[in-house]
Design a protein around this ligand. Sequence first.
Ligand SMILES: Cc1cc2nc3c(=O)[nH]c(=O)nc-3n(C[C@H](O)[C@H](O)[C@H](O)COP(=O)(O)OP(=O)(O)OC[C@H]3O[C@@H](n4cnc5c(N)ncnc54)[C@H](O)[C@@H]3O)c2cc1C
Length: 472
Amino acid sequence: MFEPQSCEIAVIGSGPGGAITACLLAEAGRDVLLIEEGAFLPLESCAPFSQEEMVQKYRNGGLTAALGTPKVQYVEGRCVGGGSEINSGLYHRTPAQILERWRTEFEVEGLEDADLLPHFLACEEAVTVCSLPGKPPAASLKLHEGAIKLGWESLEVPRWFRYETQDDPNLPPKGTRQSMTKTFIPRALRAGCRLRSETRINRIGRRGQKWTMWANTGEIEAETVFICGGAIQTPALLRRSGITDNIGNSLQLHPTVKAIAQFSEPVNALDMGVPVHQVKEFAPRFSFGCSISSPPYLSVGMVDHPEYMGEVHRHWENMAIYYAMITASGRGSVRTLPGFRDPLVRYRLTGEDLRNLGEGLRKLSQLLFEAGAIAVYPSLSGFGRLKRDDGDRIPEILPAASTNLMTVHLFSSCPMGENRRLCAVDSFGKIHGFENLYIADGSLLCTAPGVNPQGSIMAIARRNALQFLDKL
Ligand SMILES: Cc1cc2nc3c(=O)[nH]c(=O)nc-3n(C[C@H](O)[C@H](O)[C@H](O)COP(=O)(O)OP(=O)(O)OC[C@H]3O[C@@H](n4cnc5c(N)ncnc54)[C@H](O)[C@@H]3O)c2cc1C
């Protein structure tokens, strides 16, 4: 019989939460094993936002949905580095009013703005958060121009990126997006952390003084376990293991409605890269941005308008995808089903959410026409395309049955805090009622942050790891 592999600290999941936790614990001289279900691939193993990337690095090739009316399609990374390997790199700190809500409603201790500041600064330095050194993509500038004409606040969002120096400021800036395999994971490995990729933990349980983890590759034992599988997989693993108090009951996400805008001049190019502007005039209720708009993404975005698919083939260079993202009041759940590998994820939008989505889409269309769009194709099935002055056709409350929503932002399924009625873990990630068992990922965020979440996840993971090491 094989002896189980053993370590002092096991970190399950290597996304931003897990990678930062493993790195700091290993650098403090602890014996750390980082366990990841997906493969260990370099960032450069495929082109960003390509079909190949979806096959290599997305869970289920990106085909996952939170069930409800309407359902919300979502994607998760499944590779060493998790979502950081496939995301856009847009960075925000957690807004002050969100932190205040987490402190008052969820009773999170040690979460004043000043408490988090050193963690934001350290993570920003580690992943090189910076602004674009050259001209932003044309599609991004369209969003900015439309906002300026309407007198709405628009900002260029910094990204985690290392740019190359370039002589011609008119050429698109070149560089490499930073991810966990570029930053914290090599640091962790240099500090002696062991990595086991392609190892999925199916269940954990207490045996004597230790935690045992049952993986597809055998058993692993650890004195302390950090679960960092992300906001869907962490509650799924805990529930499969019989740990259920406030686990997976309060999933939150940023429901997002998309619209393709067509202009009379080129705004798109194969090397366009990630658009960097966001319009925050109506935040936190809703904000606007521009998405990856490569021809395959445009074709997928046009499925609600099959009669206009030819426009993408003929005019994709004049088209780009924009979105309205809301801070929703709806919530969802994560449940496991006996005999099924994937959890059942449900999400229920409120009437207020559908109203905010309707207003968001109307205002986004107004902005796009102001920026010179000649047609807008919203992600509402059977709705037809919009021409200038058609904005009033968008229903005040988006129809649940024909609205197609998506998200890449998932959190809050195991909230942190001392309020035992709401929270799964304490203010620093230790699961209430269990010894030596922690969560360190997006599940901890008490509510939707209303901004891209990885900045919050990284800072909180760093803060909690240092608290665990008694170094705060
Ligand atoms: C396409 C896309 C674009 C995005 N753009 C941005 C952006 O611009 N800015 C931003 O801030 N955020 C962005 N995000 C969101 C951001 O990437 C996530 O919020 C972040 O990665 C979540 O970190 P995490 O540590 O919670 O979990 P994840 O990154 O999801 O990592 C969890 C890891 O754990 C592994 N795992 C899960 N269960 C197990 C198990 N049982 N055993 C072993 N391993 C397991 C998974 O395979 C995965 O690799 C984007 C996400 C996507 C998908």
